[in-house]
Design a binder for this molecule. Structure first.
Ligand SMILES: CC(C)(COP(=O)(O)OP(=O)(O)OC[C@H]1O[C@@H](n2cnc3c(N)ncnc32)[C@H](O)[C@@H]1OP(=O)(O)O)[C@@H](O)C(=O)NCCC(=O)NCCS
Length: 249
């Protein structure tokens, strides 16, 4: 079965904490900084909706029964009614939007959401390897910003799929982009210590989404319907509009 994805933004998140599991309410209470609290709530909300849709759980009744925890290295995992849930997931939050990729057990996932923005020469020097820098230099000027963010995002997704997160030197990961495909998701691969991980990327306005799955499968599938036929509309376009409004564009 394929990997699925869902994007939600800040205005999708319900007020209060009733939709969180008791353990999540405790975890939230321990977070002190408002931005971290908002990002965390948005990530949990997106993850719960994605898990409910994948597993066919009742909404909204299922929300507090789904608990997203983090392992000691920070990687998220899911419990349902106190038991390990039969799914894997990855979460990313950025610029008032969150991306969750979710799949049945067996997959090892990482996803990342970036706001496409200029990256400095020092950033390129510090985080990209020679082959990536060569692609960047050969690209038309208009594509460089996207590519710089794409190489970075692919590494973030790969480091999450490996479960390593921050503990990895970005230059140990080497990204290669596939030829553009017809679909809106396009492929890439990431080499790391003799392994090759496969991933997918797409652009939505100023957002860039990447998903890496250690099982090579087809492109991620948007979660369209939850339990009771609830439409789980991917809200990337809305997030882009709202972010644009905030920035006065
Ligand atoms: C996880 C990481 C890779 C990305 O974090 P980030 O870009 O700051 O934030 P994102 O919103 O994209 O991702 C955060 C989520 O990643 C997940 N995550 C954290 N550690 C993780 C790990 N070891 N493995 C998998 N997922 C992890 C969590 O779900 C977290 O959200 P939560 O704490 O609300 O549950 C983190 O290691 C980090 O802070 N990296 C900083 C940059 C860096 O050096 N990256 C290495 C690139 S090779």
């Amino acid at each position: 079965m394929s990997v699925h994805w869902l994007v939600q933004n800040g205005s999708d998140v319900p007020p209060g904490v009733d939709w969180l599991a008791p353990g999540e309410q405790e975890a939230l209470a321990a977070l002190r900084f408002p931005k971290r609290r908002a990002d965390w709530r948005l990530g949990r909300w997106t993850a719960k909706r994605a898990v409910c849709a994948l597993l066919g759980l009742d909404e909204p009744g299922g929300w507090p029964e789904v608990e997203v925890r983090n392992d000691p290295l920070g990687a998220p995992f899911v419990r349902h009614r106190g038991q390990a849930a039969p799914c894997r997931l990855s979460i990313s939050h950025r610029a008032d939007a969150a991306l969750c990729s979710v799949a049945p057990l067996g997959h090892e996932l990482g996803c990342d959401l970036e706001w496409i923005e200029p990256r400095s020469a020092a950033f390129v020097e510090d985080y990209l390897v020679e082959s990536e820098r060569a692609v960047l230099e050969a690209a038309p000027a208009a594509e460089r910003e996207l590519l710089g963010n794409l190489f970075w995002s692919a590494k973030e997704s790969a480091s999450k799929a490996l479960g390593l997160g921050l503990r990895l030197d970005a230059r140990e990961l080497r990204v290669a982009l596939d030829e553009p495909l017809e679909e809106s998701w396009r492929g890439f691969s990431v080499s790391f210590r003799g392994q090759v991980l496969h991933g997918w990327w797409r652009r939505c306005g100023r957002y860039l989404l990447t998903v890496v799955d250690r099982w090579q499968g087809g492109p991620p599938i948007a979660l369209a319907h939850g339990a009771r036929g609830t439409l789980l509309r991917t809200s990337v376009e809305r997030a882009v509009r709202e972010a644009g409004r905030r920035e006065g564009r």
